[in-house]
Design a protein around this ligand. Structure first.
Ligand code: FAD
Ligand code: FES
Length: 268
């Protein structure tokens, strides 16, 4: 199906933690069909800032009176584009293209899943947790790591849809002190391995998670967040090395952003 492209109203744009915002967008057609792991390209329609579109994962569908009326984004302010987004208010207009990319695949018969997020990587995994819980009747174990307590998002929302939430912070301000991949490894050794691991976060984290999955023979899907200029295969700026065909490349926007961890070479 062709993605939609439309200028649509912002429903809300709320500062949920230092540097992090949740934005609701009124776009029922897109909200209805977007799958966990898919993304949208967003442009703030302000003629004074000649911005390229920026990619963002979908956090969740927004449902009102039993109807899907849009979707929500969760984003961290890191530069010019996200800075401009953070200034928008309910009623402002946003130019949105999507849904784009493939999304996570969830085979029938999965009984256990680990969802491993680094910081803002929780965004597509929250949507996936919701899908696994409600559509597949599997409550995943969710692992979230960040530098500090304020980087750990969606904790309360995850309570009802996950089997457990395990947290690490590098400064020890919340959960265990350390990095999330060490906690995943420890949990596998203590409690046994899950049927599948889904991960999204910084490249070094994805690299380690892919190795842990390979060492324990666990299926693993990683969602990659490369810099993207177009989002639909035109600029070739989002290439990643193809692990199954050396010297060839895959494109995160059209072949991904979700890949089997054995299909791509992730360099930390
Ligand atoms: C498929 C996909 C889904 C994404 N989903 C989310 C999401 O749900 N929430 C969210 O906050 N962000 C997400 N991102 C990252 C987001 O697109 C970037 O943070 C955003 O484009 C930065 O735009 P900017 O103009 O504010 O920053 P810029 O001014 O372009 O850059 C500021 C700094 O951020 C770095 N940066 C830019 N893009 C990225 C990137 N993709 N990954 C890591 N560092 C980057 C730059 O190198 C630079 O150091 C996603 C990226 C992809 C590819
Ligand atoms: S972002 Fe342009 S080809 Fe992928």
């Amino acid at each position: 199906m062709e993605p939609f492209q439309k200028k649509v109203p912002v429903l809300h744009n709320v500062n949920v933690a230092p540097g992090y915002f949740k934005m609701g967008v009124a776009f029922p057609e897109l909200g209805r069909i977007a799958l966990p792991g898919q993304f949208v390209m967003v442009r703030v329609p302000d003629g004074r800032i000649p911005l390229l579109r920026r990619p963002f994962s979908i956090l969740r569908q927004i449902v009102k009176d039993d109807e899907i009326c849009g979707f929500e984004l969760l984003y961290r302010v890191v530069g010019k584009g996200t800075g401009a987004l953070s200034k928008l208010k309910g009623g402002d207009t946003l130019d949105v293209l999507g849904p784009l990319g493939n999304g996570f695949s969830c085979q029938d018969g999965i009984r256990s899943a680990f969802l491993v997020a680094g910081g803002i990587g929780i965004t597509p995994l929250y949507y996936l947790a919701h899908f696994l819980c409600h559509q597949k009747k599997v409550r995943p174990s969710v692992f979230v790591g960040g530098k500090s307590a304020s980087d750990i998002l969606c904790r309360e929302e995850l309570n009802d849809i996950s089997a457990q939430i395990r947290i690490t912070t590098e400064d020890g301000s919340l959960g265990e002190k350390g990095i999330i991949t060490s906690l995943v490894k420890k949990t596998i050794h203590a409690d046994g391995k899950p049927d599948i691991i889904y991960a999204c976060g910084p490249t070094p984290m994805l690299c380690t998670i892919s190795k842990i999955a390979a060492d324990h023979n666990i299926g693993c899907q990683v969602s990659l967040e490369t810099v993207m200029a177009c989002g639909f295969g035109a600029c070739l700026g989002c290439a990643v090395e193809n692990a199954r065909s050396r010297g060839r490349y895959l494109h995160v926007c059209t072949d991904g952003p979700v890949f089997d961890s054995r299909a791509v070479i992730i360099r930390s």
